[in-house]
Design a protein around this ligand. Structure first.
Ligand SMILES: [Zn+2]
Length: 74
């Protein structure tokens, strides 16, 4: 882990940085999600793409830590 992640804003579980590729284009993308399977933020995490993998990951981590694009409050 290159950067510390804040805990999930919904359930308080640890968060995790994930990296993958869009199958159709092989473009890398990164996202941060909640590690708790039942949490809304486990499956519903914004993707960050369009740059090299390290940049995408950095943006995903920064966005998560700033709670951007995350439905933290209902
Ligand atoms: Zn959660």
């Amino acid at each position: 882990m290159d950067k510390a992640l804040k805990e999930c804003p919904l359930c308080g579980s640890p968060a995790e940085l994930k990296k993958s590729y869009y199958l159709e284009s092989e473009l890398p993308y990164s996202y941060v999600h909640c590690t708790h399977e039942g949490c809304a933020l486990h499956h519903n995490a914004p993707h960050f793409s369009g740059d090299i993998e390290a940049k995408n990951s950095q943006k995903a981590v920064e966005s998560w830590n700033k709670r951007e694009n995350i439905p933290a409050h209902s």
